[in-house]
Each structure stands twice: as structure tokens, then as C-alpha cells.
Design a protein around this ligand. Structure first.
Ligand code: THU
Length: 131
């Protein structure tokens, strides 16, 4: 957990959030033990911006990995920085039939953890697609 938090905290410094000023980073651990991180990347055309979780998933896929064991998201503020709805779906795509833990952290460390199933019940995913 320390390594995940450290990776996300370092990554967060490079988040590109000039519009919201809300820097977020996400770090994924895969079954191999590797860690992949991503940050939010905003755009002057607001809807084009991407979440930190999407960046971390892209890094994982680029490295040839396909399964999320756990993911940690770090951001600031009083409210918990839980993944948005679209990112819950993105995480589910790579849950590998399991139920990855989602750790929500602030700058001081992990604040709480959820199972993906709790955040995205009755999800539609790869198993429901025809072959
Ligand atoms: N954001 C993330 O990157 N991940 C989350 O889990 C919550 C929100 C970003 C999107 C946008 O750049 C900024 O935070 C404000 O919504």
C-alpha cells in the first residue's frame, strides 16, 4: 500500500489541471506486482479532459497487462475522491472477474477503501458481450 501511495503522490505533481486546479493521480497494482500510474489531463475544451484512472489504465495496457488487483486514487479536499462513473466502468473492464479494492487517499495517506462491486453493482462488463 505504501508503494502505491508513493507512486500516486509522485505522479500527482505532474497532473495537468489548469482549469479545475484539482490535481488527481491514480496508481494500479497488477497481479505481477507492477505499478502503473496516471494523472488527470484537462483540455480547454473541457469534455475532452481525461481522468487519472484512465491514464493509469492506459499505462497498464501499454505494458501488456490486463488485470487490476487494486487501484489507489489521490486528490485533495474534504470530500473523498472516488472514481467517477465512467472510471468505475473502466476499472470493471480490467477487474478480471474479481473485485478489486479501490483505495481513496488524500495527501496524507489512504482515507478509506471500497470494493469495486460496492461502487458499481450489477455492472455490465466483458462477460456479457457475445463472443
Ligand atoms: N478527476 C479524476 O481524474 N479522477 C477522479 O476520480 C475524480 C475527478 C479529475 C477530472 C478533472 O480533471 C478534475 O478531477 C475535476 O473533476
Amino acid at each position: 500500500m505504501d508503494a502505491l501511495f508513493e507512486a500516486a503522490s509522485v505522479a500527482r505533481q505532474n497532473a495537468y489541471a489548469p482549469y479545475s486546479r484539482f490535481k488527481v493521480a491514480a496508481s494500479i497494482r497488477t497481479p505481477s506486482g507492477s505499478i502503473y500510474s496516471g494523472v488527470n489531463v484537462e483540455s480547454a475544451s473541457f469534455p475532452v479532459g481525461t481522468c487519472a484512472e484512465a491514464g493509469a489504465i492506459a499505462a497498464m495496457v501499454l505494458a501488456g497487462e490486463r488485470q487490476i488487483s487494486e487501484i489507489l486514487i489521490v486528490g485533495e479536499g474534504d470530500a473523498l475522491v472516488t472514481p467517477c462513473g465512467a472510471c468505475r466502468q473502466r476499472i470493471f473492464e480490467f477487474a478480471g472477474g474479481g473485485d478489486p479494492r479501490i483505495h481513496v487517499a488524500g495527501p496524507g495517506g489512504v482515507r478509506t477503501s471500497f470494493s469495486l462491486h460496492l461502487l458499481l453493482p450489477h455492472a455490465f462488463g466483458p462477460d456479457l458481450m457475445p463472443p
